[in-house]
Design a protein around this ligand. Structure first.
Ligand code: MIG
Length: 676
């Protein structure tokens, strides 16, 4: 059952693709309205899933969250908002209730924070469409919700390869050096990222001619090796005479305005910038077509950054801050008290991403000026939409594309990565817990900065994180400048890293097939155990074991110096302990509690009863994988439906190959070759 309740008015988000009629004033027993809040009653047993990219657990109970796309480098337990505004919740109790709060405005979720048995959803003004989905079964709620919001972005198959990033690889030589090191160590490599320093003065759609001379030749040279370069595109457009993007934007009125109609300015990496008004169709068309500058040079992959939008300061605020602070300049040393230091610190810190500055931005929506505050959460979404819509026209095939800021709706246009995490063990755990919630909100092509973006990594953390990362569709190792380097060949355990990456490549047929299933069947690729083992009270509360696709369960290690972990099996399973795709042992474990040894170079995969895992022979890149030669590891008899498409066409015209195992023999495999 799906019902829609409309409250107030807000700028259309286009998050929903179905036309559902409003239940107008009809009574609904599922919630009550109190002032500017919608209140739902929870029982103590209810689990509340959802909110996609947010901190804390898989179960969101016991905290409050604010949907407000934020450029934040602290992903801590008390961080209210990250980069995404993913307003979907699933209450898993006796009945399952899916709730989607469709709005462009800021919204707060108090989930058993103020009162244990209440979910209170508040806004400054209740301007939203609330969709309520009811079903007996969590999987069915998700299916219905995903139908409501439309098919997710579909990544190219090469997007499942191993990707290496860093802020930044500064020159062509640095990139070539990286590539040759991966070659030397025989570690597969699919994509190399170009962070902001590849540009001329951080100007979008330019390439620094000195550091990256003959760029096209360079792109094609890497293409020959099947390596894709992935340049970053930032939201802000540098203000500079003679810079075509700036001049065209000015000429055609494509930028975000101030209330008086002049263009809004702020500073980001290029210095002063204008922000394209992505809420305008014309702006989207124009900006999206700009990607052609790079696709003409052979580029087929992009990441969109700083599109909350992030700003370092506005010129007005900086000037005002300097003026205010300089008023203090005649104070004597004895006057330098805490109050003065508080003022100075406070002003400096509030230069960045200041709400008052967002309130000074205006969008032109069908000729009406709309304050940015009311549409903030759909800004990054529309940048990605601009890129995707035009790239599809320009390239007529899949482009690898993902964004930092997003809200539901954006899932149709690109993937997302989870932003500036840190090399913390707790951030591996966060990554694990975010995956199912992101899938629920429609984001399938997603992943975290493996190894951690901020702070210095360690070899064991990087290895453990990759051991989880081999399951995430977006598998990218990225790190901040100034931190310890994270390229795999730099470490003593290079053989372990090679084995892990090879295992990832061996798993690509399975992962891609399960990804396609989630796409076509509106399912989760990463599922909490409760979705499949509903009546198992222990399984219901487990947050650090996940089902990945239909056949397997994983139990990653996310703590330092721990070569053992507790694993709960909701049914008998076949445990595979991989040291490499070839070197593994297997053991049948009974339903129940286990304490299992997992050495630093080992990965556990649990095959469910009457299911099978498929693997291929790894190779140096996705292009060279034989997706139709498969090894099958089955636990008892099984039938596996192998989904496969060409990995690059915009539409996924997929085939389903059936692999049937009976009495330890593959008795059916359609057109596939079975390997040992
Ligand atoms: O202000 O482009 O999240 O991945 O390396 C920082 C530099 C801007 C933030 C992104 C990060 C990227 C960095 N960017």
């Amino acid at each position: 059952m799906l019902k829609k309740y409309c409250f107030g008015e807000f700028v259309k988000t286009d998050a929903v693709v179905l036309d559902i009629k409003d239940e107008k004033n009809k009574e609904c027993k599922d919630f009550i309205i109190k002032n500017n809040s919608i209140v739902f009653t929870l029982t103590s047993e209810d689990i509340v899933y959802g909110l996609g990219e947010s901190v804390r657990g898989l179960n969101k109970r016991g905290w409050k969250y604010v949907s407000w796309c934020s450029d934040v480098t602290d992903h801590l337990e008390d961080t209210f908002s990250l980069y995404g505004a993913h307003n979907f919740l699933l209450i898993d109790g006796k009945q399952k209730l899916g709730l989607f709060f469709d709005t462009s405005e800021k919204i707060t979720f108090d989930i058993s924070y103020t009162k244990e048995n209440e979910l209170v959803v508040s806004m400054e003004h209740l301007n939203l469409d609330l969709y309520v989905i009811k079903n007996e079964n969590s999987n069915e709620v998700i299916k219905e919700f995903r139908k409501l919001i439309g098919k997710p972005y579909l990544a190219p198959l090469f997007g499942f390869g191993y990707q290496q990033s860093r802020w930044s690889y500064f020159t062509k030589d640095e990139v070539l050096d990286l590539v040759s090191n991966y070659e030397k160590e025989n570690i597969p490599l699919e994509c190399v990222y170009l962070d902001i320093d590849y540009m001329e003065h951080y100007k979008d759609f330019t390439v620094d001619k000195e550091k990256f001379s003959n760029f096209k030749e360079f792109v094609y040279k890497l293409k020959e090796k099947n390596i894709h370069l992935v340049p970053i595109i930032d939201a802000g457009v540098k203000i500079e005479d003679g810079y075509d993007v700036c001049e065209e934007g000015l000429l055609n009125d494509y930028f975000v305005k101030k209330q008086d109609g002049t263009n809004f300015r702020a500073a980001v990496w290029p210095g002063l910038v204008y922000f394209p008004d992505f809420l305008k169709k014309d702006t989207r068309k124009w900006f999206g077509q700009k990607y052609k500058v790079l696709t003409d040079l052979g580029i087929d992959a992009f990441w969109n950054d700083m599109n909350e939008p992030a700003m370092f300061y506005t010129p007005e605020r900086l000037k005002n801050t300097i003026d205010e602070i300089s008023k203090l300049k005649d104070l004597s040393l004895d006057d330098m008290d805490l109050g003065v230091s508080g003022i100075v610190k406070g002003m400096a810190l509030s230069l960045q991403n200041n709400l008052e500055d967002y309130k000074k931005m205006y969008h032109d929506i069908d000729g009406k000026l709309v304050c940015h505050e009311n549409v903030h959460n759909i800004y990054g979404y529309n940048m990605t939409r601009a890129a995707k819509e035009e790239l599809d026209i320009i390239r007529n095939q899949r482009t690898l594309l993902f964004s930092r800021a997003s809200s539901i709706g954006a899932h149709r246009y690109g993937g997302i990565w989870t932003g500036d995490n840190r090399s913390y063990w707790s951030h591996i755990e966060l990554n694990i817990k975010q995956m199912p919630n992101l899938n629920m909100c429609g984001f399938l092509y997603t992943g975290a900065d493996l190894g951690g973006f901020g702070a210095d990594t360690t070899e064991d953390l990087l290895l453990r994180w990759l051991e989880f990362g081999i399951f995430t569709p977006l598998m990218r190792n990225h790190s901040c400048n100034g931190t310890r380097r994270q390229e795999l060949y730099l470490y003593d355990r290079v053989e372990d890293f090679r084995n892990i990456i090879n295992l990832r490549y061996a798993l690509i047929p399975y992962l891609y097939s399960e990804y396609l299933k989630s796409y076509h069947n509106d399912d989760l690729m990463f599922k909490p155990l409760s979705f499949e083992y509903e009546d198992d009270e222990i399984a219901r509360t487990i947050e650090d074991q996940l089902l990945v696709g239909d056949s397997i369960m994983i139990a990653p290690i996310y703590k330092q110096n721990q070569n053992n972990r507790y694993v709960y099996l909701p049914e008998d399973m076949l445990m595979l302990r991989f040291r490499s795709n070839e070197d593994y042992d297997q053991e049948i474990l009974n339903k129940g509690h286990h304490y299992i040894t997992v050495k630093l170079n080992e990965v556990l995969i649990f095959v469910r009863k009457n299911k099978s895992l498929i693997l291929t022979r790894p190779n140096k890149n996705v292009e060279s994988l034989d997706m139709k030669s498969l090894k099958v590891i089955s636990y008892l008899d099984s039938k596996y439906e192998y989904y496969l498409d060409d990995g690059i066409s915009l539409d996924s015209n997929y085939n389903v190959y059936e692999i049937e195992v009976k009495d330890n023999n593959v008795v059916r495999c359609d057109d596939l070759t079975i390997i040992n």
